[in-house]
Design a protein around this ligand. Structure first.
Ligand code: CA
Length: 335
C-alpha cells in the first residue's frame, strides 16, 4: 500500500545562517532559561538528520514511505524583520523545490510563509502553489503573540481557500508569560517545566486552541472550502467537541454550524509520529477515516513501525487506504 506522510521536517544550512544572523535581536535569557534551552536542544534537536537527504531516503525506504511532504523547520523566527522574512522565505521555498526535483516522486512541498507580512505571505503561497507546484502550507505557533485568527492574517487563509490547498498548523515555542504561568513551578525542576511547556503539553495546547479560535472567528463561514490539518491526533481537541457544542452554542457564536460540525468538516488529523493504536481507533471513530492522514514528524520522531502500525490496525482495508494515501492525494492534489 502506498504511504504518504505529511509532517516531515528538513533544514538547509544557508537558511539557518540567514536566520541566525538575526539572533542578536533576541532578548537576554535568564541563566536558567539559557541552560534549559541548551539541554532541551541537546535532547531533542536532530541537527544532522534535518540536513541529510540520503539518510532520509534510507529511512523512507526502510519504512515503505513512498512520499514525504517536506516542510522547512523554522526558516525564520519572529526576530527577523518583515522585509527580511519575505526575502529569506522565498529563498527557503526555492530550496525546497530544488530538493523535490532532486528525488522525483519522493517528495512534495508545503510552503513556509513570512507571517510578519500577511499580504506578502498570501502572494508567496500563490507563487509556491502555482509556480513551484507545492500542495499547501505549514504555519507554526503564532506571530509575536498574535494567534492567526486575528484579522491581519486573513489574506493568507483567503488565498489558501482560493487555491484550494490546506493549512497545516504546527506547534512552536510558546510566549514566555504563558510558559511561566502555566508550566513552571517551584515543586519541580526548570527542565521539567520547560519540557511540559513545549512538546510535553504546552505547544499542543496552543495549536489546539488556535484551531478552535479559527472556528469561532467564523472563518469557515467566510471560506467554506478552507481546510486545516492538525497533527498529534488533533492536539487534544477532538475529545472536547461535545462540551464545546454545549457551552459555545450557536446562540452565542452566531455561526452557521456547531463547533464540532466545522471541526469534523474542515479539519484533517494526523498522528505526527505518535503511534498509539487507541488514538487511531478513537480519532477514526470521531472524525471518520476520510479525515485522517498520515505523518511521522521525521526526524524529530523516527518510529520503525510506520507501515505495520497502520497495516496491523483493526481498520478495514478501505480505511487504511484512505489514511495511507487516498485522503492526502485528494486534499493535497498529489495525483
Ligand atoms: Ca513536527
Amino acid at each position: 500500500m502506498k504511504i504518504i506522510t505529511l509532517e516531515e521536517h528538513y533544514a538547509d544550512q544557508r537558511i539557518m545562517d540567514e536566520n541566525n544572523a538575526f539572533n542578536g535581536n533576541r532578548p537576554q535569557m535568564k541563566p536558567e532559561q539559557a541552560e534549559a534551552m541548551k539541554f532541551l536542544m541537546s535532547r531533542s534537536f536532530p541537527g544532522p538528520e534535518l540536513l541529510d537527504f540520503e539518510q532520509r531516503i534510507q529511512y523512507m525506504d526502510k519504512n515503505r514511505i513512498d512520499m514525504q511532504v517536506l516542510s522547512m523547520t523554522t526558516p525564520v523566527t519572529d526576530l527577523v524583520p518583515p522585509a527580511d522574512q519575505v526575502r529569506i522565505i522565498r529563498q527557503a521555498n526555492d530550496i525546497t523545490k530544488e530538493q523535490i526535483d532532486k528525488y522525483p516522486g519522493r517528495f512534495a512541498g508545503f510552503a513556509c510563509l513570512p507571517m510578519a507580512d500577511p499580504e506578502a505571505a498570501a502572494q508567496e503561497l500563490e507563487r509556491c502553489v502555482k509556480e513551484l507546484g507545492f500542495c499547501g502550507t505549514m504555519i507554526a505557533g503564532r506571530y509575536k503573540g498574535r494567534f492567526y485568527n486575528e484579522p491581519e492574517f486573513l489574506p493568507i487563509f483567503e488565498k489558501a481557500a482560493e487555491l484550494d490547498v490546506p493549512v497545516y498548523f504546527h506547534p512552536a515555542l510558546i510566549p514566555m508569560e504563558v510558559q511561566d504561568t502555566y508550566y513552571m513551578s517551584d515543586s519541580y525542576s526548570f527542565i521539567v517545566g520547560a519540557e511540559l511547556a513545549s512538546a510535553g503539553y504546552g505547544w499542543h495546547s496552543e495549536v489546539g486552541i488556535q484551531i478552535v479560535r479559527m472556528i469561532l472567528s467564523g472563518i469557515f463561514d467566510k471560506y467554506p472550502n478552507l481546510k486545516f490539518i492538525s497533527g498529534h491526533w488533533g492536539e487534544t481537541i477532538p475529545a472536547f467537541l461535545e462540551r464545546m457544542d454545549t457551552i459555545l452554542d450557536q446562540e452565542i457564536t452566531g455561526l452557521k454550524k456547531t463547533v464540532s460540525e466545522y471541526y469534523k468538516e474542515h479539519v484533517y488529523i494526523t498522528p505526527s509520529g505518535i503511534m498509539s493504536a487507541d488514538q487511531l481507533e478513537y480519532i477514526v471513530k470521531v472524525m471518520g477515516a476520510d479525515h485522517v492522514m498520515y505523518a511521522v514528524d521525521y526526524p524529530y520522531m523516527k518510529p520503525d513501525n510506520v507501515y505495520e502500525f497502520l497495516m496491523d490496525s483493526n481498520l478495514t482495508d478501505e480505511e487504511k487506504e484512505l489514511i495511507a494515501h487516498v485522503n492526502a492525494e485528494r486534499i493535497l492534489h498529489l495525483q
